[in-house]
Design a protein around this ligand. Structure first.
Ligand code: DGJ
Length: 310
């Protein structure tokens, strides 16, 4: 039995704090792989894996200042450090397994580490889920600014990159190329002037849901969600979920275990000391299509992988 407290520093199986913020989980070959930000030392993205969502084994610093680089597009800035040797920012890393190329493709938000003026999307790839990812540089999709972001893979393998454009005012949905290495089409511009950040998408009972936060730096705010019958379709107006600070959280990603068990993974940022930021895991609950988020202080995962929130 594993009891985990929300808002505390969760530890990996070696007893070290898990550094995987703004992250993402995929299920591959009987393991959950958790990717997320690590801002310490020369690290950018870490990968942990687990069979039960409770015991996390640290696997690798999959993207660091020393990662190998490789051009895949012309005129792409490939460097993972600035000219003065300072670190850049790689935020909100997300990874999908591409069924055609059999590669793991990472997308993230790229900034220069000094200010938030680059507003670009960074891409990397790897042959294994937890190997050393090769960095393919950053770019502005079709020339647009691109900040907080997520990935979503539909049942037919079509993948989408969702990111905040126009200084965060609008949220764009891009369909990816079949190799997931580039944007193929801007399929939707959403919620003009609503300043949505931290998007996370999931599909339940043939309906697409997107949760997001408002744009207030590291401070939490009222979470909102919307739904649609397709990624490029007519999304509903934004509706509130959770309380006015979304219980002091910002969405990282949503993990669907099945139609009834859908998990909201979020960051509880420490604005003064980023490394002390923690995680909050809550169940998403539904009344018909209405999304409900209630707060639970802790959760327990038993040997049969059942999660109980308390
Ligand atoms: C909010 C974003 O969601 C985070 O990923 C990060 O970019 C902070 N803003 C920086 O202030």
């Amino acid at each position: 039995m594993n009891l985990l407290k929300n808002g505390s520093l969760w530890k990996d199986s070696d007893g070290n704090p898990i550094h995987a913020h703004g992250g993402f989980i995929i299920y591959y070959d009987n393991f959950y792989y958790w990717y997320g930000e690590d801002r310490r030392d020369d690290y950018y993205v870490n990968c942990y894996r687990s069979k039960d969502l409770a015991n996390w084994e640290f696997r690798n610093h999959v993207l660091t200042t020393d990662s190998k680089t490789k051009h895949t597009r012309v005129r792409t800035q490939l460097s993972l450090v600035n000219g003065d040797h300072t670190k850049v920012n790689i935020e909100r890393p997300k990874v999908l397994f591409n069924p055609l190329t059999k590669k793991f493709i990472l997308w993230a938000h790229f900034e220069n580490g000094k200010d938030y003026s680059e507003a670009a999307a960074a891409i990397a790839s790897c042959d294994t889920p937890d190997g050393n990812f090769v960095y393919h540089g950053h770019m502005n999709p079709f020339g647009y600014m691109s900040r907080d972001c997520t990935l979503f893979q539909d049942d037919d393998g079509t993948a989408y990159f969702i990111s905040a454009a126009r200084d965060n005012a609008d949220l764009h949905i891009y369909r990816l190329s079949s190799d997931y290495m580039n944007v193929d089409k801007l399929v939707r511009k959403l919620w003009q002037g609503e300043y949505r950040e931290a998007p996370a998408v999931f599909k339940r009972k043939e309906r697409y849901y997107m949760v997001s936060s408002y744009c207030t730096g590291w401070a939490p705010n009222q979470g909102k969600y919307a739904t649609s019958d397709s990624m490029d379709g007519n999304w509903t107006l934004l509706e509130n979920f959770g309380d006015e600070t979304t219980y002091d959280t910002q969405p990282a990603f949503v993990l669907k275990l099945n139609e009834e068990e859908i998990l909201y993974y979020s960051d509880r940022w420490d604005a003064e000391n980023y490394i002390n930021s923690s995680y909050v895991l809550l169940p998403l609950q539904f009344e018909e299509e209405k999304l409900i988020l209630k707060y639970y202080d802790q959760y327990e995962i038993d040997d049969d992988k059942n999660i109980q929130f308390k």
